[in-house]
Design a protein around this ligand. Structure first.
Ligand code: MG
Length: 379
């Protein structure tokens, strides 16, 4: 009957989406953050009001078709559609009395592995002079591992001396990055991934990947820009270091070439951005036909993160989902349930997503000018 949004001032501008029905039930989802997403949610919603919310895949297709003028091949229009699609899984699950993973074909696993986005440097110390030293990285890794996490990720593109526009890494740049990888992987038992945020040329990426081959790198993420999949394929095939990419891509079509040409070793879509829960399982299954694992990029609230856990449960080749709010002490309070323990997410068995927003916490942290959406009727 209606779709409303509420934006929360978290460590990102979290965008919550609620779909109301005339059956006395509402479903709640989350779209990846970004300007214009709430307007695009409103536009997408206009395409599905009056429809049966249980026809999730058809409504997804209707929204993609309906928003062609707003760019539904990729970008914020797909992000907005993703938030509605997630809310439809919550709503349909509640209407049918089944958990969302059941709508996705059922589960392969009961708990979902989490990896933690970590920072040495300015995020974790006042001492910016030594903040990006190998010792600072190793200390930060040890501190996070001591909290019970066994999978971590660090930024590797922190050196300001690099000429960012040439995308070129000097031998000295690579030696410095290798020293960060060496110190971190040697200090902790955990799996450790390293993110390069699309910064380097193919040649630089190949030399960097070669330089870290001798360490226990879980994966090297986005060493080159995200657009040219021919270069991505050559980088991946040129090294034994595991290469991961995908968070900047949209819809199944956006990842098809990378998967078919084995241009990555791990595909990593962002579920509330790439097209939503059903689209992400379709991507997982496409990747699985090439025996490629899938990780999930994730910067969501606990609600969007648990939606990711349903997708993870329903995807055979799932590896781990990101947790990007370790330094925000009220992240877990956004929902009433305890969703994460010891670096693992439970997969709820309650209908829909199985989590309930804490309205007081959401209301206390709204972005300026935002209003809290209407309560969900009791199911
Ligand atoms: Mg990344």
């Amino acid at each position: 009957t209606e779709v409303q949004t509420t934006r929360v001032d978290g460590n990102f501008n979290w965008t919550l989406v609620r779909v109301y029905s005339d059956a006395g039930v509402a479903g709640t989802g989350e779209a990846y953050w970004g300007s214009g997403v709430t307007d695009l949610v409103e536009e997408a919603a206009s395409r599905i009001v009056g429809e049966n919310p249980c026809d999730i895949d058809r409504l997804y297709t209707e929204m993609v078709r309906g928003l062609s003028a707003q760019g539904s091949i990729g970008g914020a229009a797909v992000t907005a559609i993703s938030g509605i699609e997630m809310a439809l899984h919550d709503l349909a699950g509640k209407l049918l009395g089944v958990p969302a993973y059941q709508l996705l074909g059922g589960k392969y696993r009961d708990e979902v592995r989490v990896y933690v986005d970590c920072h040495a440097g300015a995020h974790s110390t006042e001492d910016t002079a030594g903040a990006y030293s190998p010792e600072a990285y190793a200390d930060a890794a040890a501190a996070v591992a001591a909290e019970g996490y066994d999978a971590l990720k660090f930024d590797l593109d922190t050196r300001e001396e690099s000429d960012e526009y040439s995308r070129h890494l000097s031998p000295d740049d690579i030696a410095y990055m290798e020293s960060l990888v060496a110190a971190t992987t040697e200090r902790v038992e955990a799996d450790v991934a390293f993110d390069c945020h699309w910064n380097y040329s193919g040649d630089s990426a190949r030399r960097l990947a070669a330089a870290v081959e001798e360490y226990d790198v879980w994966w090297l993420e986005d060493p080159i820009p995200p657009e040219n999949h021919d270069v991505q394929r050559e980088v991946t095939r040129g090294t034994t270091t595991t290469i991961c990419a995908g968070e900047n891509l949209y819809r199944d079509h956006g990842v098809r070439q990378l998967i078919e040409e084995q241009g990555v070793d791990i595909i990593q879509p962002d579920m509330p951005r790439v097209g939503g829960m059903g689209e992400t399982v379709r991507i997982a299954e496409m990747a699985d036909t090439y025996y490629l694992p899938m990780a999930l990029h994730n910067v969501s609230t606990p609600l969007g993160t648990v939606a990711g856990a349903h997708v993870a449960a329903a995807s055979p080749n799932f590896l781990a989902i990101e947790y990007h709010s370790r330094e925000l002490d009220w992240w877990a309070d956004v929902v009433e349930e305890d969703v994460m323990t010891e670096g693992r997410l439970d997969v709820p068995d309650e209908p829909g997503l199985g989590v309930t927003l804490d309205r007081e916490v959401v209301a206390a942290n709204l972005l300026d000018g935002e209003t809290l959406f209407d309560p969900a009727p009791e199911a």
